[in-house]
Design a protein around this ligand. Structure first.
Ligand code: UDP
Length: 416
């Protein structure tokens, strides 16, 4: 089974990439690895773990993925923390801190045996970060994996979280800009997509075309798409404005398709704001998708002519990678990890405003040859830089670096 899985990836990335992974994993055989985040569905972190965990297992590591659960109040606090860490001032009270720590304490009771025994613990984002302070008997290496843009955090919240993060052996950020002064090694590992998932695999042509009738779209009009949670950092209102502006000059239809993540209580509110903005515009379609609509997201991305990701802040932007992989040029907000992926004028365009986005929409819809050429480059760029196999290689290297720092010697060389 595991060999079969590796072979399926090999068909896409080639044998050298898979051999390299096996060489690295050889030194980590049976290592107990635990990943912890706060949701199994919705959002980029869960997407990555769904692919990363079986691949690590296929390479011989003993991996478990746990999520911490919590009441609404807990997720309200952590959503506030998330916003604050991305630069949005919030009210961060003693009561919020208590809610946060108490929930972590409660979850720790359940996870304690696993966490104490693990050789490597990857804690994703702030929600479960406090667990480390509750685990003095830990024997493994703990890594804080930060998926968000920490370049300009709201200080009171970062000061609090930093006092927790300093306990980790290392931290991982998606880009150099996101790092903060910390007393341990910081690694830069951009995220990735999995080409084998329902979200990214090839689809039959009729399934792609099927989205037009399914969602009441016009098959003869260019399709401009943004797929994102209903979150203010994704700038849904800016997307609608850009669509409306471009529409004045070029026939097109705009789809904003999103869903809510289980750990995001703000989504409902923003969904209604977006619906209100789209009301009365027949060429603007706002779709609320269930969290498991992976094939639908895939089909929409493949059906689109141009993909937008007009975020105001973005950790990485998996939706960008997904669209580029499907050979679509992306018009992206000039922020965070979008800058790593959208190479201006090559794989898409970086924009700052709805006006800028509208201009680039018109350009790409007008010059079909440019659009297709940029799409081809986009696909190749993802193949070389942003597939799960590269991501996994980085994680394995990091784990080896952490144990070799302990005095162990690791030699990675070709084995027959
Ligand atoms: N996604 C989805 N349905 C939606 C909205 C998003 O399946 O309605 C997926 C999207 O395809 C991507 C992930 O959720 O794989 C979002 O990751 P990204 O890094 O773009 O943003 P995040 O939500 O983590 O801020």
């Amino acid at each position: 089974m595991s060999q079969e899985l590796l072979e399926r990836y090999q068909q896409i990335v080639g044998p050298d990439v898979i051999d390299h992974l096996k060489q690295l994993a050889y030194h980590l055989k049976d290592a107990k690895v635990v990943h912890i985040n706060s949701t199994r569905y919705g959002g980029g972190v869960a997407e990555i773990l769904h692919s990363m965990v079986p691949l690590m297992q296929a390479l011989g590591l003993d991996v478990q993925w746990e999520t911490i659960s919590g009441e609404e109040a807990f997720f309200h606090v952590t959503k506030n923390m998330h916003n604050a860490l991305q630069g949005h001032p919030v009210e961060f009270t003693e009561a919020s801190i208590n809610t946060y720590e108490e929930n972590n304490r409660k979850e720790y009771e359940r996870l304690k045996p696993l966490l104490e025994e693990a050789d490597f613990v990857f804690i994703h984002d702030p929600q479960p970060a406090f667990l480390i302070t509750l685990c003095p008997e830990r024997k493994g290496k703990w890594v804080w994996r930060c998926h968000i843009d920490l370049s300009r955090p709201y200080r009171p919240v970062w000061r609090y979280l930093r006092n927790i993060v300093v306990h980790y052996n290392a931290s991982i950020f998606s880009m150099p800009d996101f790092t903060q002064p910390l007393p341990h090694p910081q690694y830069i590992i951009p995220p990735s997509i999995d080409p084998l998932t329902e979200k990214n695999m090839e689809l039959p042509e009729e399934e792609i075309k099927g989205v037009f009738s399914r969602f009441g779209l016009d098959p003869n009009k260019p399709l401009v798409l943004q797929i994102s949670r209903f979150d203010r950092f994704k700038d849904p209102m800016g997307v609608i404005r850009a669509g409306l502006m471009a529409m004045k000059f070029t026939p097109l239809q705009l789809v904003y398709a999103g869903g809510g993540a289980a750990d995001d209580p703000e989504g409902e509110l923003i969904y209604h704001e977006v619906l209100a903005a789209a009301k009365g515009h027949p060429d603007i379609h706002v779709l609320m998708l269930p969290p498991d609509a992976h094939r639908t997201v895939n089909a929409l991305q493949r059906a689109a002519d141009v993909v937008l990701q007009k975020s105001l802040r973005e950790g990485f932007g998996l939706t960008v990678t997904e669209a580029l992989w499907k050979a679509k040029p992306v018009i992206g907000g000039n922020t965070g990890g979008i800058r790593l992926q959208v190479v201006n004028h090559h794989t898409g365009f970086l924009v700052h405003t709805p006006e800028g986005a509208a201009l680039r929409i018109r350009y790409l819809l007008f010059y079909a040859d440019k659009r297709l050429e940029m799409g081809r480059k986009a696909h190749q760029f993802v193949k070389e830089n942003f597939l799960i196999t590269r991501h996994l290689r980085d994680y394995l290297s990091l784990m080896l670096a952490l144990i070799s720092g302990n005095g162990e010697r690791v030699e990675v060389e070709a084995r027959s």
